[in-house]
Design a protein around this ligand. Structure first.
Ligand SMILES: *[C@@H]1O[C@H](CO)[C@@H](O)[C@H](O)[C@H]1NC(C)=O
Ligand SMILES: *[C@@H]1O[C@H](CO)[C@@H](O)[C@H](O)[C@H]1NC(C)=O
Ligand SMILES: *[C@@H]1O[C@H](CO)[C@@H](O)[C@H](O)[C@H]1NC(C)=O
Length: 585
């Protein structure tokens, strides 16, 4: 009872920082912030001063570090003054939540202190290369200092800073949490979302908005699954026919300028884009321009023997023409990506060996025949990737199903079972977690295949998809990337990704499907699944009001995130609880 009363009293004051910082203490004094507050950015070789408001219109110029900090400062301005919200759920019958508008005390100054010069490549960070940790101090008299060893850490600290503030119903912005001290750093180095822009086409704005939401949740990777069996939206100037014939339609392609824009937008917000060209399977869309390169194209009606989804088709496995094609493709594409990312995803999932029985360069489905051919294929592709200065990322089947040998630099992305990450790390490989039992955001929306009469009623009724049920934010949040990983292997868990496959998702429903559930994963990846104070799983009771706040903040910046709960559960500091004792009732 005492505990419940505590919850009820604390909730209205909830210090709505998401993801939760490693160490966080705050007071209960009000400080206002004005948009002309002076900001200084100091690093060993550089000193700069601007006002928060002026930062919004400042030119994107200078070193990578300066551009990142400039972007973070202008984001902070936009967030606090343009994209904030009046916390309505605290106001009704709790109207004293808002501070009085008389005798305002203001934030005096904001000092961004970078105590180390960024190494080269801050616009294309490798995992763990730049310290994203920071210290944020809001002194009692309104002096703010954010300290970090990198420009990326300063950007993370400024993001936290914006979440201390609410808009006031009579204008202006304030925090009620001064003084504040936060010492924070990420638990995992790779914190991403996989966005499938091939099954459905997504306009650039949707992708940029997603990068913005990722950065706001301190995620740092956008995995763009950009081509697949169903469409090839990626323009390759050396092979213009690929998207001309393989995209869904005119205007449904990504030009080199679009790609440059997406990568730059991400790099400046500390969100590195990891483009994936899935291969050798999942490539049927190449058939439209290069039928000679594809085996088992659109086998019907039994596509299911040859591919995971229709239309079937795979790059031929023993074909000089395919190797020539890959060389042209990667020599065009990769040098354009490598200034703004350190990674490229070469796919490799869901090969059906039967397809190579129909491949005139192989004519076999025998693993003993296919295995060396697959090895040669992956070696060739990874050489292209490394020649461009990039690190390959692959799906788990490469090492777990096809038994191929890849470098220890490669990130292996687990997706099938929680045990996959265990197997990958036991082989000494680096792993990304995010299996479909927890982190597939497309699951639970039902089948997209049309069933013949009679079939569904027997086996699939009521038309569930393979990974049903839907993964609620609570389930996403309950996932611990380190589950079952031996202590001496945990350093190989580099991070993880939530996945938004797009068979039934397009620009109209993406935001609500992705958010706020991806934010639940963001907190697991930044803060860890366990509360360090207790060593126990983090509490939904503590998380839910903060996530509800994050949802409002996402909506305020134009992301159509779904509600966490009905307002009743959050308003007036109430909370909707399910107690353990109910199980016995
Ligand atoms: C730089 O600042 C960070 C964040 O406060 C701190 O962890 C680190 O120890 C500092 N490094 C130096 C060299 O002062
Ligand atoms: C990989 O190894 C497993 C277990 O040893 C075996 O069942 C499978 O056939 C192998 N796959 C290939 C492609 O060699
Ligand atoms: C903590 O979470 C893990 C999943 O990550 C789960 O297996 C375990 O049962 C949870 N522990 C408790 C006490 O709820």
């Amino acid at each position: 009872m005492k505990f419940l009363a505590g919850v009820a009293l604390l909730a209205p004051l909830a210090a709505a920082v998401w993801p939760i910082p490693s160490h966080y203490s705050h007071g209960d004094k009000t400080l206002w912030i004005s948009d002309d507050v002076a900001i200084t950015y100091q690093q060993p070789l550089h000193f700069q001063q601007y006002s928060l408001r002026a930062s919004a219109s400042a030119a994107d110029a200078g070193s990578g570090s300066q551009r990142i900090v400039q972007k973070a400062v202008s984001r902070a301005y936009e967030t606090i003054f343009k994209q904030s919200y009046v916390p309505w759920r605290f106001n009704h019958r709790f109207s004293d939540f808002e501070p009085k508008t008389t005798n305002k005390k203001f934030i005096q100054s904001i000092a961004l202190v970078q105590n180390k010069t960024d190494a080269a490549g801050v616009l294309k960070p490798k995992e763990g290369q730049f310290d994203e940790g920071y210290t944020l101090v809001v002194g009692p008299a309104g002096k703010v200092t954010i300290t970090s060893a990198s420009s990326l850490g300063l950007a993370r600290g400024l993001t936290t800073f914006t979440q201390l503030f609410f808009a006031h119903s009579k204008g202006g912005a304030y925090t009620k949490l001064a003084p504040v001290r936060i010492d924070d750093s990420p638990k995992f180095a790779h914190r991403g979302l996989n966005m499938d822009v091939s099954r459905n086409f997504f306009p650039i704005d949707n992708i940029l908005r997603t990068i913005d939401a990722l950065a706001y949740n301190k995620m740092n990777r956008l995995h763009l699954h950009i081509t697949d069996a169903q469409s090839w939206p990626l323009e390759i100037p050396a092979l213009p026919e690929l998207s001309a014939k393989g995209a869904y339609g005119p205007g449904m392609t990504y030009s080199p300028a679009d790609v440059q824009r997406i990568y730059t937008y991400g790099a400046l917000l500390g969100v590195a884009v990891v483009m994936e060209i899935d291969q050798p399977g999942h490539t049927s869309s190449i058939w439209h321009s290069h039928p000679e390169l594809i085996a088992a194209w659109n086998e019907q009606p039994n596509w299911i023997t040859y591919a995971a989804e229709p239309p079937s088709g795979t790059l031929k496995l023993n074909s000089p023409a395919v190797y020539k094609f890959l060389s042209t493709l990667y020599k065009d594409l990769l040098p354009r990506l490598s200034p703004l990312t350190s990674y490229f995803h070469t796919g490799g999932d869901e090969i059906k060996y039967a397809a190579y029985k129909l491949d005139d360069t192989v004519k076999s489905d025998d693993p003993a025949v296919l295995q060396p051919l697959l090895q040669k294929y992956i070696d060739t592709v990874h050489k292209h990737v490394r020649d461009a200065g990039l690190t390959p990322v692959v799906w788990e089947e490469i090492v777990l199903t096809y038994n191929l040998t890849v470098g220890k630099d490669v990130l292996i992305q687990a997706w099938q079972e929680p045990t996959s990450a265990v197997a990958i790390t036991n082989m000494g490989h680096k792993a990304l977690v995010g299996d479909y039992n927890f982190w597939y955001l497309d699951c639970g929306h039902g089948q997209w295949l049309d069933f013949e009469p009679g079939v569904a009623s027997m086996k699939y009724y009521p038309y569930q998809d393979y990974c049903a049920p839907l993964k609620s934010w609570r389930q996403v949040y309950s996932y611990d990337p380190l589950t079952s990983i031996a202590k001496d292997k945990q350093h190989l868990i580099v991070g993880g990704e939530v996945h938004m496959w797009a068979e039934q998702t397009d620009a109209l429903n993406f935001d609500g499907k992705a958010w706020p559930r991806a934010a639940a994963a963001a907190e697991v990846l930044w803060s860890g699944a366990k509360d360090p104070a207790t060593g126990q799983n983090r509490s939904q009771i503590e998380a839910s009001p903060r996530l509800a706040d994050m949802r409002e903040r996402l909506v305020a910046r134009g992301v159509a995130a779904e509600p966490v709960q009905m307002p009743y559960c959050q308003q007036d500091g109430s909370q909707c609880l399910y107690l353990a004792s109910f199980d016995d009732a």
